[in-house]
Ligand binder design. Structure first.
Ligand SMILES: [Mg+2]
Length: 231
């Protein structure tokens, strides 16, 4: 079977809640369609030996609970290295060719703030990028992210540093995947993504709790199967 990258947003995509928009705070449990997807991916990886990389890309501090749920549902088949599997990704302002800054991502304990880790000051919702470190080309980013297998990536909303672009700046896509494998992305905000890959599909996703009017919740497994048929 064809190898794949499955990239997932958290808020409003695999959970109903949204920790970024205070008006939309809701459940941080994986939705039923998301659980079905994790179960499907687990079977594909463990039984069919399909080469699948799961990339969870968020913009907040909501990822530790999600990481745990994915590991639990998959029985550890999809697990995340607490070192190389956690990366904070910033976009380099005005870089040509485009580049990113990569820092080690850590869990935020609200009681221990403020604290600094790997050049980033964690204090409140939007950590400040005091020292972004070296620029990584897209090729270097691909090598680094391939090595990490399943990943939790955090994108920048607001960096507090003019050399690091976040979503608030509205210039570059916050979420980036560069891969030699086909990539399918699920996100309720598809505009957040830039994907460099041989084949890709960005699925605008609706979670059950956010489906209103005539909308139906996205069936991840069905979308994944349809994507594969085009490969
Ligand atoms: Mg979202």
């Amino acid at each position: 079977m064809q190898g794949l990258v499955v990239a997932l947003d958290i808020n409003g995509t695999i959970v109903d809640g949204d920790s970024i928009d205070p008006e939309l705070v809701g459940s941080t449990s994986l939705t039923e369609p998301a659980r079905d997807l994790i179960t499907d991916l687990t079977k594909r990886i463990s039984i069919s030996k399909q080469n699948i990389q799961v990339v969870v890309f968020t913009m907040g501090a909501d990822w530790p609970g999600v990481l745990q749920q994915i590991e639990d549902i998959s029985g550890g088949v999809i697990s995340f290295d607490r070192g190389s599997g956690l990366i904070y990704v910033g976009r380099a302002a005005g870089a040509d060719p485009p580049a990113v800054f990569l820092r080690q991502l850590v869990e935020v304990n609200p009681d221990k703030q403020p604290f600094e880790h790997d050049g980033i000051m964690y204090d409140g919702t939007d950590p400040t990028w005091l020292d972004p470190g070296p620029k990584f080309s897209y090729e270097m980013f691909r090598e680094r992210t391939e090595a990490g297998k399943h990943l939790i990536l955090r994108g920048v909303y607001k960096s507090g540093n003019e050399t690091v672009v976040g979503r608030e700046d509205n210039t570059l896509a916050t979420k980036l995947v560069v891969s030699k494998l086909p990539v399918i992305v699920f996100d309720d905000h598809p505009g957040d993504w830039e994907v460099i890959s041989p084949k890709q599909r960005i699925v605008k996703t609706v979670s059950p709790g956010n489906a209103s009017g005539g909308e139906t919740a996205t069936d991840f497994c069905k979308e994944l199967t349809q994507f594969e048929m085009l490969l």
